[in-house]
Write a protein that binds this ligand. Structure first.
Ligand code: C5P
Length: 239
């Protein structure tokens, strides 16, 4: 069933090789609305290579910043020349850090070119036992909701969340957060190390604004066709 919200595709270019990232981006540039470059690529290849890999496609720069407020704000200034469309921080950095990131974006970027500030709540690699070891009592979803509300209240534009967190986040926070959702697998594709997944259509129906897909596209025999099929599935889900 459609909820009237369009869901768009981000392709994760996870590699340590600039030429490989460029090749994937060129192949998916039609159906993909955005490309994601993260820690693996950025540390291996550097920021100039990030610019080259994105090649003018809208850029989701997924560096998951987490430090004292002043350092996070300064880091955002250092990333500004890349003109990202989305940036990530860890919500567990707290209100002052999130607010400093917001302020840095607003002061550094022109109003029509501000990246969306997205907060990561609880890494999906964490289960309840792992969370408890860090001193956080209660369930994973309770912590996701707590950090999600804190992030939005502190100036974030949205959240990165697992597909199974979309419904509780929408119930608690409504339409306002931009929800960006990795862990997506087209029906029939290999799970890899992903355990709790949804198909593109399921994530769209649940209320995702963006889905992030990596290996089902980049490891496909024909990445362009794989990306086009997912984009078509999202179109169908909307109609
Ligand atoms: O599994 P796949 O190759 O589609 O992953 C796409 C991107 O989403 C990767 O960059 C990965 O780091 C990120 N991610 C994820 N699962 C999460 C959170 C982030 O796959 N739960």
């Amino acid at each position: 069933m459609s909820h009237g919200r369009s869901t768009r595709l981000i392709v994760a270019l996870d590699t340590k090789d600039t030429a490989q990232a460029v090749s994937w981006r060129e192949q998916v540039a039609g159906p993909a609305c955005m490309v994601k470059l993260g820690l693996e690529f950025t540390y291996a290849c550097g920021l100039d290579a990030v610019r080259e890999a994105a090649g003018g496609s809208p850029l989701f720069l997924d560096l998951k910043l987490h430090d004292i407020p002043n350092t996070v704000a300064s880091a955002i200034g250092s990333l500004a020349a890349l003109r990202p469309a989305m940036l990530t921080i860890h919500a567990s950095g707290g209100r002052a850090m999130i607010a400093a990131a917001r302020k840095a974006i607003d002061e550094t970027f022109p109003a029509d070119a501000r990246p969306l500030l997205l907060a990561v709540t609880v890494l999906t690699s964490m289960d309840e036992a792992a969370l408890h070891e860090t001193g956080v009592e209660g369930s994973v979803v309770a912590q996701v909701l707590r950090l999600g509300a804190l992030a939005m209240d502190s100036g974030a534009d949205g959240l990165v969340c697992s597909s199974h967190e979309i419904a509780p986040l929408r119930a608690a926070l409504g339409d306002a957060p931009v929800l960006v959702v990795p862990g997506i697998r087209p029906a029939g594709s290999a799970l890899g190390d992903q355990k709790r997944v949804m198909t593109p259509a399921q994530a769209s129906a649940a209320g995702a604004d963006w889905i992030v897909v990596g290996r089902p596209i980049t490891r496909a025999a024909d990445p362009a066709a794989a990306a086009a099929a997912i984009a078509a599935e999202l179109e169908t889900a909307l109609s």
